[in-house]
Design a protein around this ligand. Structure first.
Ligand SMILES: NC(=O)c1ccc[n+]([C@@H]2O[C@H](COP(=O)([O-])OP(=O)(O)OC[C@H]3O[C@@H](n4cnc5c(N)ncnc54)[C@H](OP(=O)(O)O)[C@@H]3O)[C@@H](O)[C@H]2O)c1
Length: 328
């Protein structure tokens, strides 16, 4: 089968596409004929050996796919060959076939295209876990999302609205932020404006945001902590800016606020039941048409470098996916 191979750590241009043996599913696995695979920022870090999860070389990157079931192991009962499914794994997704444990394979909501299904698991799984379990976001609160037009950010905007919050989408590009508005954001703020902290304050009657979802890091985080409400929760989700900020502890004292870490990947095993419940809710919202991944571009496997560079050059809106061929 054709697959994207990471044989040496480095930028996306170092990736090669070549023929490799297809995976063989075990008794409790599902073999998926991949139609589409989602690109996430962590994929761009893993190939550079800059992520907390470090697979040995060589490996096939890619964590989430959609496609049809090619074969199932003896123990697998919930899907059968031919079914349309979504699958999740830590590596192996940028390929024509992927074998995943049965517990990581779900029927695809019929409301989704293959591209949308491949763009679903990581961003909604992360953002719902962040807002619900880590942020305890309540209806009527104000949610500020940093990096709102990116993958996890746009999911946080949609989910924040479904959870009853007033949502302020923050980002560095008004054209990208306009899509957040279309997808439910109540307000947008350009965090390249010198006074963006004051803009957030003005939008919250001087109080600041109750929950801040931060996928960006750097100076953006430092400023955000100055426009958090009393009792607010700053969710540390990611550092897309490339800068891990050092924060002044006195700011948390002044607002009785909390800085809360979010590691969704590890929570899948450490908080398995919570994540299963989350996915039940997310699946229901998908079937009701209340959430729909926004895919701005799709590329064939052999253009993986162009696809990843859209994220690295801050040109992506929502999600970018790779496709293996026909996705209709
Ligand atoms: N904690 C977890 O469990 C978890 C799970 C998934 C992802 N993450 C992390 O969350 C972050 C976002 O992931 P994603 O897949 O949503 O990425 P993405 O789609 O590329 O979105 C990142 C956003 O960050 C903003 N940004 C600011 N400075 C940037 C820079 N120098 N380079 C690139 N983007 C920059 C961009 O918006 P503007 O251009 O508008 O500024 C962009 O839309 C990453 O750090 C990722 O590792 C964490």
């Amino acid at each position: 089968m054709k697959a994207v191979h990471c044989k040496e750590f480095g930028p996306p241009e170092k990736l090669v596409v070549e023929d490799v043996p297809a995976p063989t599913p075990g008794a409790n696995d599902v073999l998926i004929d991949v139609k589409a695979a989602g690109i996430n920022f962590p994929d761009t870090l893993i190939i550079e050996n800059k992520y907390q999860f470090k697979p040995p070389l060589p490996f096939i990157p890619g964590t989430e796919v959609s496609g049809t079931v090619a074969a199932v192991g003896d123990q697998v009962k919930h899907v059968k060959p031919g079914d349309q499914v979504m699958g999740f794994a830590f590596v192996g997704g940028y390929a024509e076939q992927l074998s995943v444990p049965a517990a990581s394979c779900f029927p695809m909501p019929e409301t989704f295209s293959y591209e949308q299904a491949a763009a679903f698991t990581m961003i909604y799984g992360t953002s719902y876990y962040a807002l619900k379990q880590r942020g305890n976001l309540q209806s009527g609160e104000t949610l500020l999302v940093l990096g709102a037009s990116g993958g996890v950010g746009m999911a946080a905007v949609e989910l924040g609205k479904l959870m009853g919050a007033t949502v302020i989408a923050a980002g560095g590009n008004l054209e990208k932020l306009a899509v957040c508005k279309e997808r439910g954001a109540d307000h947008v703020v350009n965090y390249n404006d010198a006074d963006w902290k004051d803009q957030v304050k003005a939008l919250t009657s001087g109080n600041g945001a109750d929950v801040i979802y931060d996928a960006v890091g750097g100076d953006y985080t430092k400023t955000a902590l100055r426009c958090i409400n009393w009792g607010g929760r700053l969710l540390v989700v990611g550092f897309a800016s490339g800068d891990i900020p050092q924060l002044a502890a006195n700011l948390t004292l002044l607002k009785s606020s909390s800085i809360v870490g979010v590691f969704w990947g590890a929570s899948l095993t450490k908080e398995a039941q919570a994540n299963q419940d989350n996915f039940k809710q997310l699946y229901q919202w998908s079937m009701e048409g209340k959430i729909q991944p926004y895919v701005c571009a799709s590329y064939p496997l052999d253009q993986v470098a162009d696809a990843m560079n859209l994220l690295l050059q801050r040109k992506a809106i929502g999600k970018v996916v790779l496709t293996t061929g026909e996705t209709q």
